[in-house]
Design a protein around this ligand. Structure first.
Ligand code: SF4
Length: 416
């Protein structure tokens, strides 16, 4: 007999949140893998719950002021809940007669209050349903996740434990984009893991090894996006340009006739932006390019993993410009709030980008337990509590509110 499975992407509780091509990619893949069952889907951050949307799909979520957890009493900033109202989810739950399992995903560890809220609603309305929690939060913080009122916690990306728990067979992990057919964008990865090892990054805890996806899987994912007429595609890969000819190059050939526009929210490693690669990206219609710089401080770049140097960044820029990209289409990430990046160094990075004519995107640093940098970070916050991984709170704790705000206004002033 078919099971009734409900897939849920929970709301966000945070100081700030923006739909920067956010989709519950893992959850949609699991839904695709269990397509033979009766499926239901509720995305708190779906298209109905955005107050504005750009042409490429990015946009602002509806938000409401939320009670700030006591742990943030030192952070003098308002706290919000983003996404669909709780009542709407509960009405949706009531509209389904019987549910066998509610599968809730999660991304940032410090967004777990949204997971908790969704699980509580599901438990209240469907007390007999099994509640299953998966995604990044339980993978990185299993002890915390197990304290929530859920029946099964999925750690990591292996589908087998989930299949055994549900007692149903799965097919390919191809995202069920039918659930997001109102969306202007979809997301994809062509690989798993990352070949690098940055000192502050949790990727190895999520996916130990790096590998490219099989050609057959990519073809099916492309078809699944295309069937829903999704035109904007954002890559979630962590090393999108690595071994271009074996990876992205092959993908672009497979998707050549689909007229997708591509976006790279995860930041491209400038080291791999050769002249040839830049030309291929332009030809394939890459629109928004986010280049990783993290910091113009070469000592930090070296210490944190040596994935690139300033010189690599400038070469990449030259290659992109000569391939026909405009400076306006390129943005570069600068890390803010890492314990080893001084305020002056962030400002220097901003000025470096100004000289290069490229906009900065200040990315606040979020500390993750069990990384090489976590010990340095523990001085500022107890990392056993996931809320303390909050990027805004942590950056303010490292820099102080005044310096934090000064850096932000410095960037605004320089680029106005
Ligand atoms: S390149 Fe990105 S994903 Fe890879 S280890 Fe560094 S920060 Fe993590």
């Amino acid at each position: 007999m078919k099971q009734n499975l409900l897939f849920v992407n929970p709301p966000i509780y945070d100081f700030t949140a923006y739909d920067f091509w956010l989709k519950p990619y893992g959850l949609l893949k699991i839904a695709g893998a269990f397509s033979s069952q009766n499926l239901y889907y509720f995305n708190f951050l779906g298209e109905n719950y955005k107050k504005s949307v750009k042409r490429d799909g990015r946009g602002k979520f509806f938000k409401k002021k939320a009670e700030k957890p006591k742990i943030f009493s030192d952070i003098k900033k308002p706290y919000f809940r983003y996404g669909a109202p709780k009542e709407e989810f509960e009405d949706f739950l009531k509209s389904i007669k019987e549910i066998d399992a509610v599968l809730i995903t999660s991304s940032m560890t410090y967004w777990y209050l949204g997971v908790k809220e969704a699980a509580e609603s599901a438990r209240k309305i469907h007390p007999k349903a099994k509640i299953i929690l998966g995604g990044i939060y339980p993978t990185l913080m299993p002890e915390s996740a197990e304290q929530l009122d859920v029946d099964f916690v999925v750690k990591g990306s292996d589908i087998q434990p989930l299949r055994e728990f549900l007692g149903v067979e799965n097919s390919f992990l191809i995202p069920k984009w039918e659930f997001e057919n109102k969306s202007k964008f979809g997301v994809i990865t062509i690989s798993k893991g990352c070949p690098f090892s940055c000192s502050y990054c949790a990727i190895k805890q999520i996916e130990k090894d790096f590998s490219f996806k099989e050609r057959e899987i990519l073809k099916r994912e492309i078809e699944s996006l295309n069937n829903e007429k999704i035109k904007n595609v954002a890559f979630y890969d962590d090393a999108l340009l690595f071994q271009f000819n074996n990876g992205l190059g092959k993908f672009l050939e497979l998707a050549e006739d689909k007229a997708f526009s591509y976006h790279t929210p995860n930041g491209l490693n400038a080291k791999f932006m050769t002249k040839e690669t830049a030309v291929k990206l332009k030809k394939a219609n890459f629109e928004n390019l986010f280049l990783s710089l993290e910091s113009a401080d070469e000592t930090f770049l070296e210490k944190s993993g040596g994935k690139l140097q300033r010189e690599d960044f400038l070469n990449a820029l030259e290659n992109l410009l000569s391939a026909g990209f405009s400076k306006d289409s390129i943005t570069s990430y600068i890390l803010l709030g890492h314990p080893e990046i001084e305020e002056e160094s962030v400002k220097e990075s901003i000025l470096f980008l100004k000289r290069a004519g490229i906009k900065p995107h200040l990315a606040e640093f979020s500390p993750i337990p069990n990384t090489r940098d976590s010990e340095k970070c523990s001085k500022y916050a107890d990392l056993k509590e996931p809320l303390n991984h909050n990027k805004v709170a942590f950056s303010i704790r490292v820099l102080g509110l005044e310096k934090y705000q000064q850096i932000k206004s410095f960037a605004r002033e320089i680029f106005k």
